[in-house]
Design a protein around this ligand. Structure first.
Ligand code: NDP
Length: 245
């Protein structure tokens, strides 16, 4: 934990959608939160204001998490503002919807960089502090698309999310002796901007529990993983029964 004994979290892509719900839930638990975003500064600022209104500590942190130098300067700024990071939630992601014939090399590279490489960059940047204090939590947001192929999103998305799950297990094995757990959460269809095209296409009708998921469904799972030190290397599926893993 941080020196003030109030843990400090970084939520990448915390300005809206699932990341916003995670940032707010962590703040409710008494965690100080860095709310990362790429370009929507106003939305990140409103998450930070909501946390401040509730008496919590939070800062907005602009950075493209797919770029190493941006990640390094973001982490340095957060350390100066809040302290060293105890809890990392690698949530930022993009879902390019081009099909088999239209996907480009650039789409593929960008998807892997934002959805997979970013988790490596952010994890590497926070690990020295977590290992030194022998406590840390890394939670990677995967997707049901890692296993079902997600026909309506590019093939790169399924590859990146399957990669996230492998990265999770590889880090978990190496970091368990240091008191750092590393897990993934694999959401099914969630009501966010990213999920909207699928919701509009009527996918919700096929979800066994009879509803689309919410950011809070995922945030609750993240809190479980923050509070439990005996779960590591796992991918928890949170998908309303869409896939039994
Ligand atoms: P949204 O599109 O609603 O939000 C994406 C967030 O990621 C925004 O905060 C955005 O910042 C940020 N972001 C995107 N690219 C970057 C980048 N390069 N650097 C920093 N931040 C970035 O997505 P969701 O909330 O729906 O998704 C969150 C995660 O959950 C993703 O990893 C997604 O793949 C996964 N997921 C989502 C599902 C769904 O149905 N919604 C299902 C399964 C998994 P900004 O606001 O500045 O653009």
């Amino acid at each position: 934990m941080s020196e003030s004994n109030q843990p400090i979290a970084l939520v990448t892509g915390g300005s809206r959608g699932i990341g916003k719900a995670i940032a707010l839930a962590l703040a409710n638990l008494g965690v100080s939160v860095a709310v990362n975003y790429r370009e929507r500064a106003e939305e990140a600022a409103s998450v930070v204001e909501a946390i401040h209104r509730n008496g919590g500590r939070a800062v907005a942190s602009a950075a493209d998490v797919s770029v190493a130098s941006s990640v390094q300067s973001m982490i340095a700024t957060i350390e100066a503002q809040l302290g060293s990071i105890d809890i990392l939630v690698n949530n930022a992601g993009i879902a390019i919807t081009r099909g088999l014939d239209d996907i480009t090399e650039d789409d593929f590279d960008r998807t892997i960089a934002v959805n997979l490489k970013s988790a490596f960059l952010c994890t590497q940047a926070v690990l020295p502090h977590m290992r030194a204090r022998r406590w840390g939590r890394v939670i990677n947001i995967s997707s049901i698309g890692a296993r079902i192929g997600a026909r309506s999103i590019s093939v790169a998305y399924g590859a990146a999310k399957a990669g996230i799950e492998g990265l999770t297990r590889a880090y978990a094995l190496r970091l368990a002796p240091d008191g750092v757990t590393v897990n993934a959460v694999a959401p099914g269809l969630i009501d966010t901007e990213m999920g909207k095209p699928l919701i509009d296409a009527g996918i919700a009708a096929h979800i066994p529990v009879g509803r689309v998921g919410t950011g809070d469904d995922i945030a609750q799972t993240v809190l479980l993983l923050v509070q439990n030190g005996f779960i590591t290397g796992q991918t928890l599926a949170v998908n309303g029964g869409s896939l039994f893993s």
